[in-house]
Design a protein around this ligand. Sequence first.
Ligand code: NDP
Length: 298
Amino acid sequence: MSDAHVIDGKAFAAGLRERIADAVPAFAAATGRVPGLAVVLVGDDPASAVYVGSKGKATVAAGMASFEHRLPVTATQAEVESLLATLNADEAVDGILLQLPLPGHLDEQAAVATIDPDKDVDGLTPVSAGRLALGIPGMVPCTPYGCLLLLEDRLGDLSGKDAVVIGRSILVGKPMAALLLGANATVTMAHSRTKNLAEIVRRADIVVAAVGRAEMVKGDWIKPGAVVVDVGINRLAPAAGEAKGRLVGDVDYASVLPLASAITPVPGGVGPMTIACLLRNTLVAAHRRAGLADPEGF
Ligand code: NDP
């Protein structure tokens, strides 16, 4: 992947994880403990179990403490919220991540809302969303924060750039738009009811696609020189002879690549940034909870 057009999220995330690991000893020296991340998994969804496993490994690799809590698929709302309350009160825990989705009988929003906002490393509580909207320090959802880091690395100052975010989910689109606005971009949010989407995207200097529709954004939607960040992860149906279909983004990579000045590939673009930013949020949460200044350079 030596093409300068292609934003190597994997390498960027590896660098970020290294810098986080380097910052842990200074925190430990100041506080007598390492930052701690607790991950809660309810039920036995295999994909969620894989995510939880890789988050735990990355946490340990960064020199932090990882606490994994599993509840059975039959857990009640009260049991989930009681575990979250225990973690809120646990001094060794700086970050709490409730792995979503929860089993269907549970109320996700209500459970997430019980997480201490200062430990909300996923940035999904109403308080975190409110802080982001108000532009005051708080925890920001990991995936959009990772996109912002990649964009700033590529473009420097985003001030005055025309940015179009396609998708308005609580997890990606909305916080992405708030972050770009905070960086002084001029932001348009597009969604399933947007009219003339191609025309709107065509005026953008920055396009962030977070839709969940395979290869929807086409080359003729892109202004030459735009930077394109593809959040989507979609698995195509297997072609003849393939056991598993290919993973593709929300951007039609082949037609967009020649027009964009930079583009994130799928896989290897935004995806690796999510866990790196989870560790970053845990490090920052730990500093704030200990009354220390935010670590520099994150
Ligand atoms: P959601 O399904 O929650 O949101 C999708 C958004 O896209 C909605 O706002 C929806 O609009 C909008 N949308 C749907 N169809 C269209 C359309 N035809 N034109 C314009 N907008 C449309 O998805 P997420 O935000 O959670 O995820 C988006 C993608 O990113 C998925 O592929 C997901 O797998 C991936 N993802 C990747 C992560 C990573 O680490 N790389 C992390 C999180 C997600 P409306 O609101 O009107 O319904």
